[in-house]
Design a protein around this ligand. Structure first.
Ligand SMILES: Nc1ncnc2c1ncn2[C@@H]1O[C@H](COP(=O)(O)OP(=O)(O)OP(=O)(O)O)[C@@H](O)[C@H]1O
Length: 274
């Protein structure tokens, strides 16, 4: 593939967008090149409440709901290198989750592109676990879904249960009986059971208690050693400071600052008063 070749040969990717220059001495893992993400949403078009009026609208081809565009990411470019743990910060609606989803390949680019060397895995608060199944079944399904073999899954099972450290017995209860914190712990424990080429973590640590947060940070540092690159979205700036070697500050869909955590976090807190 041309992109993989470009990444391997460490050459700048030629596109119509602002050119991303890749440091030839480091191994690029994610290249985000002039990325724009636009959501298209239908806004209500007048009398939309009942089936008859909806049918009339179709028949008459009238009064169709209008499509609105939300431009969530506006020309973002950067390169993440092997070993990078990048914190993504910004106020509500600045585009953090959208950027992570785009890197994970879950949203199409309206313009520009994202290239990753390896498979990205998004670990978010809404990561897909089955609420009606027990924690135990979810561990098995989750591991298989991440590409582990049945033998590897078996070998990892106890480690995941231990890391999640749920209340006794809960591992055999349906996940619908879990608190949001318990669900987040199990999701994190499952995702942390394998190494990821590109690991994207969206507020996954927000709901845990202090002890779990500490253990998760240690786990992220461990995963970082084997992962290509780790991205972490968190509103808790302490988590970012302790876990990341680089911070990207997004403001209204654009990169406002990208660099050393201490500098970026200081500028951010000065600007936002947070
Ligand atoms: N599914 C969607 N459909 C339409 N617009 C969306 C959708 N998801 C997000 N947006 C819009 O895109 C913009 C960026 O949202 P995003 O969730 O990426 O921000 P964020 O920085 O992660 O916010 P937060 O800190 O509140 O989680 C916002 O204006 C939001 O309203």
């Amino acid at each position: 593939m041309a992109v993989a070749k470009a990444l391997k040969e460490k050459v700048p990717l030629a596109t119509a967008q602002p050119e991303v220059v890749i440091d030839p001495d480091r191994e690029p893992i994610v290249v985000v090149d002039g990325l724009h993400i636009v959501y298209r949403v239908y806004s209500g078009g007048g009398n939309k409440g009942n089936a008859v009026s909806a049918l009339m609208r179709i028949v008459k081809r009238q009064n169709r709901p209008q499509m609105k565009e939300v431009h969530a990411v506006k020309g973002v470019s950067f390169v993440a290198y092997r070993g990078d743990a990048i914190g993504v910060i910004g106020t509500n609606g600045s585009g953090k989750s959208t950027l992570l989803k785009a890197i994970a390949g879950l949203l199409p680019a309206a313009k520009g592109a994202v290239y990753t060397d390896g498979q990205p895995s998004l670990l978010g608060v809404n990561a897909a676990l089955m609420r009606d199944l027990t924690g135990s079944r979810n561990i098995i399904l989750g591991c298989l879904a991440m590409g582990l073999s049945p033998e590897e899954t078996k070998a990892k099972y106890e480690e995941i249960v231990k890391f999640a450290d749920l209340k006794p017995g809960f591992i055999d209860y349906p996940m619908s009986t879990y608190s949001s914190g318990m669900g987040a712990r199990l999701r994190f424990a499952i995702a942390a059971a394998r190494t990821h080429d590109v690991l994207l973590i969206d507020e996954a640590l927000a709901t845990g208690d202090a002890k779990f947060k500490r253990r998760s940070r240690a786990k992220i540092n461990e995963l970082r050693k084997d992962a290509g690159a780790v991205f972490l979205v968190a509103h808790n700036l302490d988590v970012i400071e302790e876990t990341c070697n680089r911070v990207i500050w997004l403001d209204d869909g654009r990169i406002k600052m990208d660099g050393d955590p201490t500098e970026v976090l200081k500028a951010y807190t000065d600007a936002t008063g947070k």
